[in-house]
Design a protein around this ligand. Structure first.
Ligand code: ADP
Ligand code: TRP
Length: 319
């Protein structure tokens, strides 16, 4: 079984990325061969600073490895080290219906956030389909917001198969049920573009500040509080045991504890959770060539598979 996912190097990684995509992707390493890549071509649709793009890409690799990705169980690579994916994107674009792409939520969301409507932004899902299909991927672990992109991928694969015969495998999304959407400090979906993120490897002061800034209502300290709608409880639930969660909910309902105390408790738990990852990150940083070696060998493996699949595609379409 082949498992594939990508992550854009468009900024620092936050705990929404961790629980929505990285942790499930790492866990899936027990189930098959994994292909995880840094989606630089996709990041170009929103990031036009070459230095930042290069730095972010290396940092994503570092952070992913620090969080437990095992490069011996699969390939970790840069998207741009497999440039054939852009060729496949072109071929897919020749069968991609405009209407299908016009219905993509993420395109509409990005325009609503003020990104300019470029062709790249519009055909983002076609490139993503190429990323997935070029490795004959079976399973694609992603957060819920990417589900529609996997559906588009399947539609494009079916179009090619109907036109040219059996060329592509149909991939399945794998969306982690318990952490569908991690809320940010304002209660909306956590996203670096909403600036409501808590970073995995943020420094201690900044992380504490962010957590103390979680938006709450104005229920007074002594009054009972509703745990079911609290961002603090939702975030705490990602890190704490069942017993600890139940305890916090009880203290919410009892009254007598202010939100500030609950936030401190959340900070402690979150900080402690990432201690082993921070330690591993420092170790990796001490070995300058390690990340380069991982990415080079990942690219080699990815190209082996991509070249085979592209031979099949070129034969099928008449190139
Ligand atoms: P951002 O919204 O911060 O730009 P990305 O779009 O780069 O994040 O997301 C990278 C991966 O992390 C995707 O698989 C996405 O589904 C997942 N992800 C991002 N934010 C969240 C969130 N708040 N909850 C769950 N998963 C998320
Ligand atoms: N669009 C994904 C995101 O923003 C990143 C991505 C690019 C991806 N290509 C992919 C994810 C292929 C899974 C499979 O998070």
């Amino acid at each position: 079984m082949r498992i594939l996912s990508g992550i854009q190097p468009s900024g620092t990684l936050h705990i929404g990325n961790y629980f929505g995509m990285m942790r499930p992707a790492i866990a899936l390493q027990a189930e098959g061969e994994t292909f995880y890549f840094i989606a630089e071509y996709h990041a170009l649709t929103s990031l036009r600073d070459p230095k930042a793009l290069r730095e972010n890409s290396l940092r994503v690799a570092l952070d992913f490895l620090a969080c437990g990705l095992n490069p011996d169980r699969g390939a970790l690579f840069r998207q741009s080290d497999v440039p054939r994916v852009a060729e496949l994107a072109w071929i897919l674009s020749t069968v991609a219906p405009m209407g299908l792409l016009e219905r993509a939520h993420s395109y509409k969301d990005k325009l609503a956030r003020g990104l300019s409507p470029t062709v790249g932004l519009f055909s983002y899902p076609v490139l993503m389909a190429a990323d997935i299909l070029i490795y004959d991927s079976d399973i694609v672990p992603v957060g819920k917001d990417q589900k529609q992109h996997i559906e588009i991928t399947r539609d494009l694969a079916v179009k090619i198969n109907e036109t040219y015969g059996d060329v592509f495998k149909l991939p399945e999304p794998r969306i982690s049920a318990e952490t569908q959407v991690v809320p940010g400090i304002d209660g909306q979906k956590m996203s670096k573009s909403y600036n409501n993120n808590i970073d995995i490897f943020g420094d201690e002061k900044e992380t504490r500040k962010r957590i103390m800034g979680i938006v709450t209502d104005s229920t007074p300290v002594e009054a009972p509080k509703d745990p079911s709608r609290s961002t603090i409880v939702q975030l705490y639930s990602l890190f704490a045991s069942k017993v600890e969660i139940a305890e916090m909910c009880e203290r919410f309902q009892k009254g007598g504890t202010g939100y500030g105390d609950f936030k401190k408790q959340l900070f402690e738990k979150l900080w402690e959770f990432f201690v082993p990852m921070r330690k591993r990150r420092e170790e990796i940083m001490r070995d300058e060539s390690y990340i380069d070696e991982v990415l080079t060998s990942g690219a080699k493996r990815a190209n082996e598979v991509a070249n085979q699949v592209m031979k099949r595609v070129r034969d099928a379409v008449g190139l």
